[in-house]
Ligand binder design. Structure first.
Ligand code: SF4
Length: 289
């Protein structure tokens, strides 16, 4: 399979068949994101996508999961999604789940009937990155959606029977809005009520708008201890009904995880140990995006 690089997928999709249905991201404006800055957004022609599925069908017995890339393929019209999902179902008889990145914006643009149809055809998991639950922070990040938009989008996804994997970004509020951002993010996680929940740590990537703000002294990333405090505030506020929580991404200083709400106390205790200097943190040289 030939891919148009760069190609990104969630770490949990490492074993999945990756189908590149769109190139780039239709929004491509988030101030911290460098993922698709070199790519103009476009939906690939349907016949090309179907050809990729036919090529992948050589792996028919092995493929259980398919991840549809690039940035936010939920933006695609139903005229694209329906034949793609039907072809995936025909090519991979053992297929159990199709997943994709999604934004609140493109979830809200789809009708309830369209989302139900996508779920019927196999689209079962959406990776959504609200990054923050604080509207001021969301505005500064140029996410293009408010916390209330994310709550509404999540309700639509749940009503259609789709699961969500949510990503929040420690440090995204900067030093100035650190606690507000972290606590509001935990509250948004509760309101969206995902099946999977994770925190990453903001890395300021050269060439992004947030790097320019940092160079001008208008954005300051909290220090490591501040990021640990943000993690604690986030967990204090996060009350999903039953979520698998992971903070083991390479960008994080303290790799932890568990189930929420079941493991809240042990997760908080681990963070407190780290704040007290009793836990080894991931060294800077081992951290990555
Ligand atoms: S929606 Fe996602 S991929 Fe697109 S610019 Fe924002 S963070 Fe990057």
């Amino acid at each position: 399979m030939r891919y148009d690089e760069p190609l990104f997928r969630p770490p949990s999709e490492a074993e999945s068949f990756i189908l590149q249905a769109t190139l780039g991201c239709s929004w491509n404006a988030c101030t911290y994101c460098a993922m698709y800055r070199t790519k103009a957004y476009r939906v690939r022609p349907l016949e090309e996508i179907l050809r990729d599925i036919a090529t992948g069908a050589r792996l028919a017995d092995e493929v259980r999961h398919v991840f549809v890339a690039d940035g936010d393929p939920l933006d695609m019209a139903m005229e694209h999604w329906e034949p793609i999902l039907l072809a995936l179902g025909a090519a991979f008889p053992r297929l159990r789940r199709v997943s994709t990145y999604a934004t609140a914006r493109n979830l809200l643009e789809k009708s309830a009937a369209d989302l139900l149809r996508l779920r019927e055809l196999g689209l079962g998991l959406l990776y959504i990155g609200p990054e923050s639950g604080d509207d001021d922070t969301l505005h500064r990040l140029a996410k293009g959606a408010s916390a209330a938009d994310h709550v509404e989008a999540a309700a639509k996804a749940r009503a259609a029977g789709m699961e969500q994997s949510l990503i929040f970004l420690l440090g995204a509020g900067g030093l100035e809005h650190s606690e507000t951002h972290a606590r509001a993010s935990g509250r948004l996680a509760s309101a969206m009520d995902p099946r999977f929940l994770s925190t990453l740590t903001l890395t300021v990537v050269p060439g992004t708008p947030i790097a320019t703000l940092e160079a001008q002294g208008r954005f300051v990333l909290p220090p490591v201890v501040g990021l640990l405090r943000e993690l604690r505030w986030f967990i204090e506020e996060a009350r999903p009904s039953a979520a698998i929580f992971r903070a083991n991404h390479a960008s994080n200083y303290l790799p932890i995880g568990g189930r929420l709400p079941r493991d809240r106390d042990s997760i908080l205790a681990a963070i407190d140990e780290a704040l007290a200097g009793q836990r080894t943190l991931r060294p800077e040289w081992l951290r990555g995006l």
